[in-house]
Design a protein around this ligand. Sequence first.
Ligand SMILES: Cc1ncc(COP(=O)(O)O)c(C=O)c1O
Length: 373
Amino acid sequence: MKIDFANLQYQHELYKDEIEEALLKVARNCNFIMGEEVDELEQSLEDFTRAKYAISCSSGTDALFLAMMALDIKPRDEVITTPFTFIATAETIALLGATPVFVDIDEKTYNIDPAKIEAAITPKTKAIIPVSLYGQPADIDAIQAIADKYSRTNLHPHKIYTIIDGAQSFGSTYKDKSDSNLGDISCTSFFPAKPLGCYGDGGAVFTNNDELAEKMKSIRVHGQTKRYYHKYIGMGGRLDTIQAAVLNVKLKHYKKDLALRQEVAQKYSVSLSEVYEQKNIIMPAPAPYTTSAWAQYSIRVKNRELLQEKLQNLGIPTAIHYPLPLHLQECFLYLGYKKGDFPISEEVSNEIMSLPMNPYVSDEEIEYIVKSL
Ligand SMILES: Cc1ncc(COP(=O)(O)O)c(C=O)c1O
């Protein structure tokens, strides 16, 4: 058996006629920048998430930039986040000249542990960025309560904003609310391998705040408010019309695709629950107040490298998200963290391994994968 990890090819085959027609339409209309497909997508994203504003942009990384630039995050500000995430979460903080301040994760959800956040708050703290890792939202109510407690009180000189890095979690929910409709601003990515992926780079920011929405729309186009008049230092951060056209088709089918992902995850869990003790595996433990978009189905194993090699030889691709937590990355040595500072992130990054995950993993494949572990 040869199993595909993300199976993008199969998905294209499924939606080929609609997607290719949509792509051709953009080519024929030549409305490559901010064409009508972009407006249509933003409207559909607002309907899907119930956020007041969905603003598409060029990537998940640029979504984080748009959010932080709109909140005036600048040198000497501190932004609290998790070290167990993709580099973009903290890289964007650093690129704005601010300081990433890491807080360890919860052992079960692998998301930032709200109980450890307060100790990391200083007068310089400007924002907290929880990441919805593998598709599952963090405990935002607990995080928001801390941000609110410190905002503009004698405990703290200014508001502490919450920005959700939902790059992996479009379509997930927290207490029945879309992950894109949480925090002051929520960000997502439409990178091809994400649960809702386009055919290149893409992303979006979401907010219910009128002023922040206006500002992010402006920053997305070089900070301009009127053609060639620039109120803010901005960026070229628009989503291509071609990507919007692909997303318009895929979003129409997304509820079904998401349900299939959730089914695949459920089947993995049922199958693994019979063998996990014997095989010394730690299974995902989704929090009861969330539904996950299952960007990844990640388990913890011993002897990971050996196991990966054996699985590869059996036609089962695996991936590691992520092998080295951010506080130990060479680029962040200047922050002064050392091994042992975030023991849970370090332990999980040594053991975590993602199994093939996409809406189309078959029962037979799941059985084969679990048996092969
Ligand atoms: C948690 C997280 N944040 C940010 C990003 C950046 O998204 P993009 O690749 O669309 O720039 C990713 C994408 O891999 C991610 O997983």
